[in-house]
Ligand binder design. Structure first.
Ligand code: G3D
Ligand code: MG
Length: 199
């Protein structure tokens, strides 16, 4: 009897877990974004001045939506040599956050080509992609409208997938919670196409 009740309780208590990949060129602010996200959701986070370039991967599991769901974030390093490994994560991922350094004009073409390679991959067909125009605190930033235009040209290649460009500042946290709320809504809408894992 005890086992039955325990089993029922465990099942009833299971939460949906979604995996989200944080992608983008190196130095875009991916790890800063993840650390700030942890802080915004009251989890232990590293001081932002102690972040070194990511060599392996950073993973964080964050309870959201009044603890009803869990988001598992994968920050997997953006150096050119590591980008080839991104596609290995696609089959298990439910959403992608693509971080852009809004001040890095010299690499904006490389950035859009990298995004194009992601959206052309069949494995991510139908999953939400959120593009974050980061470092909006810097006066030399590109306008969000200009970044949107670049993204929309690439979005033409996508089917009816949910996508969005949002301005953020990973350093101060501005725009971060709004961006996650956008993602949670899309993940829940897409639940039938890409079911979450139950934990
Ligand atoms: P990555 O993980 O994408 O490679 P990091 O990028 O998170 O390591 O960040 C790269 C640099 O950009 C860091 O500066 C970090 O502080 C800075 N950065 C990230 N987000 C923002 C932001 O919103 N505004 C500003 N002004 N800077 C940001 P350092 O100097 O440590 O290299
Ligand atoms: Mg990093």
């Amino acid at each position: 009897m005890f086992h039955l009740v325990k089993g029922l309780y465990n099942n009833w208590n299971k939460r949906e877990q979604y995996s989200i990949l944080i992608l983008g060129l190196d130095n875009a602010g991916k790890t800063t974004f993840l650390e700030t996200l942890k802080k915004e959701y009251s989890m232990h986070s590293k001081p932002l001045d102690k972040i070194a370039p990511t060599v392996g991967q950073n993973v964080a599991t964050i309870p959201v939506d009044n603890n009803r769901s869990i988001l598992k974030f994968w920050d997997v390093g953006g150096q050119a040599s590591l980008r080839a490994m991104w596609s290995e994560y696609y089959p298990q991922c439910h959403g992608i956050i693509f971080v852009v350094d809004s001040t890095d004009r010299s690499r904006i073409d490389e950035c859009s080509e990298t995004l194009r390679t992601i959206v052309m991959d069949d494995e991510i067909e139908g999953i939400p992609i959120l593009m974050l125009a980061n470092k909006q605190d810097k006066p030399e930033r590109m306008e969000v409208q200009d970044i949107k235009e670049i993204f929309n040209r690439i979005a033409e290649h996508m089917s009816a997938r949910d996508s969005r460009v949002l301005p953020v500042c990973a350093l101060t946290g501005e725009g971060i919670k709004d961006s996650i709320e956008w993602m949670i809504l899309r993940l829940q809408r897409n639940k039938n196409d890409r079911p979450p894992v139950y934990k």
